[in-house]
Design a protein around this ligand. Structure first.
Ligand code: E4P
Length: 218
């Protein structure tokens, strides 16, 4: 499973990239707004930190402007994945950009039917938002199961399922059990993944027992 981090904060990205656990980054207009920085400048900086795909989202909602914006974003760096919304205009933009060899992430997916359309439009990634479905009392993870199953019926499909709007470590574990290719994870949830009280307890005991030996490995 690939791990993307879902943030536009370059300090957080640097810190996580240093762990060697990061395969890419996703941003969205809300995450960029949170940084208070210039969008193009932030995206360029993120692309220089990670080798993997960096999703940068178009701002327009009409096809012509979206396509222009997508081309401009794609020219910023080799590892850009242009993010477009799951609308008819977004799918049309996806289709054009994909044919030109640009990676495209189709975002704001909330149904299996929408995911089928994203794949037909040649998306590199489809982003189903599990947390936002949970928030309105629906089973976000069952959407992932449905999409993975549908895509697996058509082995020629190249579109990868990028689980988005992740809120807790169990979303990632379930995504792994279902065979989703990518999870985009908020930094705090990525850090939660490592925590287990028995690991902390076990390590404290090992450290204490090692000290009793009076030895040193180095
Ligand atoms: C995905 O690319 C989105 O940026 C993100 O996962 C949305 O998550 P949220 O529902 O927590 O805003």
């Amino acid at each position: 499973m690939k791990f993307f981090v879902d943030t536009a904060d370059t300090e957080e990205i640097r810190e996580l990239a240093d762990t060697g656990l990061l395969d890419g980054v996703t941003t969205n207009p809300s995450l960029v707004a949170k940084t208070g920085r210039d969008f193009i400048e932030v995206v360029k900086e993120i692309c220089s930190i990670v080798d993997g795909p960096v999703s940068a989202e178009v701002a327009a909602t009409d096809y012509e402007t979206m396509l222009e914006e997508g081309k401009k974003l794609a020219d910023l760096a080799d590892n850009i994945a242009v993010k477009v919304p799951l609308t008819m205009a977004g799918l049309k933009t996806c289709s054009q950009l994909s044919k030109a060899g640009t990676q495209v992430n189709v975002t704001l997916c909330f149904s299996p039917a929408q995911a089928i359309l994203a794949a037909k439009a040649g998306a590199t990634y489809v982003s189903p938002f599990v947390g936002r479905l949970d928030d309105i009392g629906q089973e976000g993870m069952s959407l992932i199961g449905d999409i993975v199953q549908i895509y697996s019926n058509y082995p020629a499909l190249q579109t990868e399922v990028l689980v988005a709007s992740i809120r807790n470590p169990m979303h990632i574990v379930q995504a792994g059990l279902m065979g989703a290719e990518v999870c985009t994870i908020p930094p705090q949830v990525l850090k939660q993944l490592v925590s287990h009280p028995l690991t902390d307890k076990g390590l404290a005991a090992f450290v204490a027992d090692w000290e009793k030996t009076g030895q040193s490995i180095l």
